[in-house]
Design a protein around this ligand. Structure first.
Ligand code: NDP
Length: 266
């Protein structure tokens, strides 16, 4: 099979109606990469989207404008906060509530890498990665917990990684953070179950973003060769799964870690 045969066909996916109309979604790290694709997808299907960013203000405004100006019911606004900073998150919560009211869907997407083999890993690089991916998810989920527990069909969707399952040379910090999100999701799902709100985790394999562009070409080729589908994921594929999980239709899926890795661990 050629990789092209498995690639997504966006022309086949025009929404015939707006299943997320009336849903308010917050996407952390929505300014670039996978988060940007998720924000666009949710907006395309009618959601009101709060596009969180840390420093990429222009990019966040661009994606928000793109969603609002598209010929759909979706609208969007950028909201600044470093997910490691609880004071900034509190200010973001107030801004989101003032503009939209409570959120229905939280997408914990913000994440970074600071790679280095274990013996060369500085405590700063260890903490930086865990702070954004794991503590950032804790901070944002706790800040919006009351919303998510109260609304109908509340959703917490967290972007982990295949590295959380498999580990990777040079990524002990990233793997620890991403596998921590599995246990976080399962426990949160149990605590939220009474309210009908679900919590799920997506574990994508390598996905075409700046994070992957930064990997040298030769190593990218080696990585691709290990993937049964022979290609990296497209952002739109991760975003499409988030869109489904954000919808009311996904209500019987909770506490799951959903793999999306081209068959790499089969
Ligand atoms: P990018 O580097 O392309 O984008 C990262 C996003 O996270 C940016 O919008 C950035 O905002 C935001 N961000 C980073 N730190 C913070 C912070 N402290 N507070 C708020 N926002 C922050 O990454 P990807 O799109 O590639 O990755 C997105 C998620 O997907 C991450 O959690 C990553 O671990 C995961 N993932 C990625 C894979 C891949 O192959 N790309 C594979 C599997 C999982 P700003 O620009 O404003 O700083």
């Amino acid at each position: 099979m050629t990789p092209e045969l498995t690639e997504p066909r966006e022309d086949l996916e025009q929404p015939s109606r707006q299943p997320l109309t009336g849903r308010t979604c917050l996407v952390t790290g929505g300014s670039r990469g996978i988060g940007r694709g998720i924000a666009r997808e949710l907006g395309r299907y009618g959601a009101t989207v709060a596009v969180n960013y840390r420093s990429s203000e222009t990019a966040a405004h661009e994606v928000a404008d793109e969603i609002t100006e598209a010929d759909t019911e979706g609208t969007a606004h950028p909201v600044q906060a470093d997910v490691t900073n609880r004071t900034e998150i509190e200010a973001m919560r107030e801004a989101v509530h003032d503009s939209f009211g409570p959120i229905d869907v939280l997408v914990n997407n913000a994440g970074i890498t600071c790679d280095g083999t274990f013996q060369n890993m500085t405590p700063e690089d260890w903490h930086r990665v865990i702070d954004v991916s794991l503590h950032g998810t804790f901070n944002c989920t706790q800040a919006f917990y009351d919303d998510l527990e109260t609304v109908d069909h509340g959703r917490v969707i967290t972007i982990s990684s295949v590295i959380g399952k498999q580990g990777n040379v040079g990524q002990t910090n990233y793997a620890a953070a991403k596998s921590g999100l599995f246990g976080f999701t399962r426990s949160l799902a149990l605590e939220l179950a009474d309210s009908g709100t679900t919590a799920n985790c997506i574990a994508p394999g390598f996905t075409c973003t700046e994070m992957v562009d930064a990997i040298p070409d030769k190593i990218q080729d080696e990585l691709r060769a290990e993937i049964p589908l022979e290609r990296f994921a497209e952002v739109s594929e991760v975003a499409g799964l988030v869109r489904y999980l954000a919808s009311a239709k996904s209500g019987y899926i909770t506490g799951e870690v959903i793999d999306m890795n081209g068959g790499i661990d089969l």
